[in-house]
Write a protein that binds this ligand. Structure first.
Ligand code: UD2
Ligand code: MN
Length: 575
């Protein structure tokens, strides 16, 4: 439960309905919600004010207390909070309309205290982890574009209330040319009257320049030793900052990621999981997804730091000078998207490391698409991806990406010479190092293979197909009409005899004729081996059975030289 959630930054897949983040979360976590409810933790504390109350009567609310919770880890003292709002009747109707407009329940948000407490989402052992006293000071930079005011303010409150004051240099809000009028004078006034003087600064970008440029502008105006970028819809958990800073103090070239919890877009409930942590990965379509840690990546306690692979774009801490040395961001990137992959590749390839800090928890509202994309979402993402790929990937990797996005081959992604010089100057490693050492789960389909491409059945013109599966426990292997797109029909027969896709291996679970072959994670142990000659059978070594095809799909059968349904042809054979 809850282990196969994935964000999808690929517009196409979202519209096909495979993984709109909100929907997937709701469907997958069902059982946990029940358990959570049964635990009786769903009470709402009557604290402080709401944004609508403030709007109705600003006078009344000036004395909103700042609760400094640092040092009090006793849940009974902090109260049970972070619960969501369930609306009924006409309120629900109104809220539903607003959700379709803002992709988040702004109506519920306006009814929830701006300075609500959240449940302690950490592993119990985090309570007693000691952190060094003299940690570096931190600037938190929050770009926003048309964020709903109460959501933005709750982000700020959570930081102010749950960050040790001596570590918090400043919070810098960067208004990326928002159009909502409430985010102008009202916001200035609110910030001015409710937060300690000088702690929260607002920078206004006259015209929207996109999140990457907005972050850079915030960075240039910041002064902390460490910087952390936030999205404008987050809520930090208890003692969230110390674990991140401790990593950097230990090694200034470490980039430390917080553990993201889930603020539900429909109820604003703060949800978390105690029993697992999320690792991130990507495939050759550059779909970014959530996955498992390998056993060798998990330390002796759940609280122990874990090695990362790639990052989500926000809520990571980086030493200010290291960020500069590393070339900050590619400021040629537009609006949104891709900068997180580029940043993670660059960190790993150019001398840094990326880690997960299990004790640092931060809630985030995942919305599918909260705003317009000047230039169109797909075009913008592909432009940014192309910049990242052209700088970092080797030809065989690019080939796999461009197979899925043919239009990107000829796309003009602007001038990359500055980024190429940076790569040269930092003497960064080649991308294959990243694949081999950091993300070995991702297979380069044409490398160390005897055959690759699509595997076509000679009888039917159907090809082996993975139905776009990413990482999962044993999923069926399919066969579909051949279209030869590697994202779903890319298969390889490796030199060590694995029959596999870029993320999974073909295995059989029952060793008898009639078994349906499955696709399963390759990295978890010894995998089934297969032999094959061009245009001939694919034989499962352990059983001597042949890969056959019937109306339902691939099936294992006793080998029969006369059965044309057992004959397969890959696009390319390597001798
Ligand atoms: C994720 C990241 C986000 C960023 C993005 C890809 C997390 C939790 N979030 O998507 O940080 O890396 O992937 O680029 O990992 N914004 C602007 N100007 C714009 C567009 C957005 O300031 O033109 C702001 C926006 O208000 C928000 C932040 O940038 O505060 C990130 O945008 P998002 O929340 O839509 O991104 P998200 O969470 O889908
Ligand atoms: Mn976000």
């Amino acid at each position: 439960i809850g282990k196969n959630l994935f964000f999808n930054f690929d517009n196409k897949a979202v519209t096909e309905g495979t993984s709109s983040p909100g929907k997937v979360l709701a469907a997958v976590v069902g059982a946990s919600v029940q358990q959570y409810k049964a635990s009786g933790k769903l009470k709402q504390l009557p604290v402080a004010i709401t944004w609508s109350e403030y709007r109705a009567n600003p006078q009344l609310l000036c004395g909103n207390p700042l609760i400094d919770t640092y040092g009090t880890n006793d849940p009974s003292k902090m109260g049970e909070n972070g619960s969501g709002i369930i609306l009924v009747g006409s309120e629900k109707e109104k809220a539903t309309m607003l959700i379709s407009e803002y992709n988040v329940n702004v109506y519920a948000s306006d009814r929830i205290p701006l300075n609500r407490m959240v449940p302690d989402a950490r592993f119990p052992g985090c309570n007693v982890v000691p952190y060094p006293k003299d940690l570096p000071s931190t600037s938190i930079i929050i770009p926003f574009y048309d964020e709903w005011p109460s959501i933005l303010l709750r982000t700020i409150y959570s930081i102010v209330n749950r960050t040790p004051r001596q570590l918090l240099q400043e919070i810098i809000l960067v208004d990326d040319g928002s159009k909502m009028p409430q985010l102008k004078d009202d916001l200035d006034k609110y910030v001015d009257t409710h937060f300690p003087k000088g702690l929260v600064k607002i920078i206004r970008v006259p015209e929207r320049r996109g999140l990457i440029q907005a972050r850079l502008m915030g960075f240039e105006n910041s002064t902390g030793d460490v910087i952390i970028f936030f999205d404008s819809h987050m809520e930090v958990n208890i003692d969230w900052l110390q674990p991140l800073l401790a990593e950097i103090k230990h090694d200034r070239k470490t980039v430390a990621m917080g553990t993201l919890d889930y603020i539900q877009l429909d109820s604003m409930e703060y949800k978390y999981y105690h029993d697992y942590m999320t690792r991130y990965g990507f495939d050759w379509r550059l779909v970014f997804f959530e996955t498992f840690f390998r056993n060798d990546q998990i330390g002796s306690t759940p609280e122990a730091t874990r090695v990362g692979t790639v990052m989500v774009g926000a809520a990571y801490a980086i030493d200010r000078n290291f960020f500069k040395e590393m070339g900050t961001y590619d400021n040629g990137m537009k609006v949104w998207g891709g900068e997180n992959l580029e940043m993670a590749w660059r960190i790993w390839l150019c001398g840094g490391r990326l880690v997960h800090a299990p004790c640092s928890h931060i809630g985030h509202v995942a919305r599918s698409q909260p705003y317009d994309f000047p230039g169109g979402r797909q075009a913008v993402e592909q432009y940014n991806y192309k910049r990242a790929i052209e700088v970092w990937m080797e030809p065989e990797h690019k080939e796999l990406v461009y197979n899925y996005f043919p239009g990107m081959r000829t796309l003009d992604a602007g001038d990359l010479s500055e980024r190429m010089r940076l790569k040269e100057k930092l003497q960064c490693k080649p991308f294959s190092w990243f694949i081999n050492h950091v993300w070995p789960e991702l297979f380069v389909l044409q490398q160390n293979v005897t055959a690759w491409g699509s595997a076509r059945n000679l009888h039917t013109n159907r090809c082996l197909d993975n139905h776009q599966y990413l990482f999962q426990a044993a999923e069926p292997l399919y066969a579909e009409t051949c279209h030869y797109q590697l994202a779903t029909q890319g298969f390889s027969l490796t030199k060590d005899k694995l029959l596999r896709t870029s993320l999974q291996c073909v295995v059989i679970k029952s060793m008898t004729a009639g078994a349906r072959p499955k696709l399963e994670d390759c990295i978890i142990g010894p995998r089934d081996t297969w032999t094959h000659r061009q245009g001939s059978q694919i034989v499962h070594e352990a059983t001597g059975l042949c890969l056959d095809l019937d109306n339902e799909g691939p099936i294992m059968m006793i080998c029969d030289d006369q059965a044309i349904t057992q004959m397969w042809q890959f696009n390319t054979y390597v001798v």
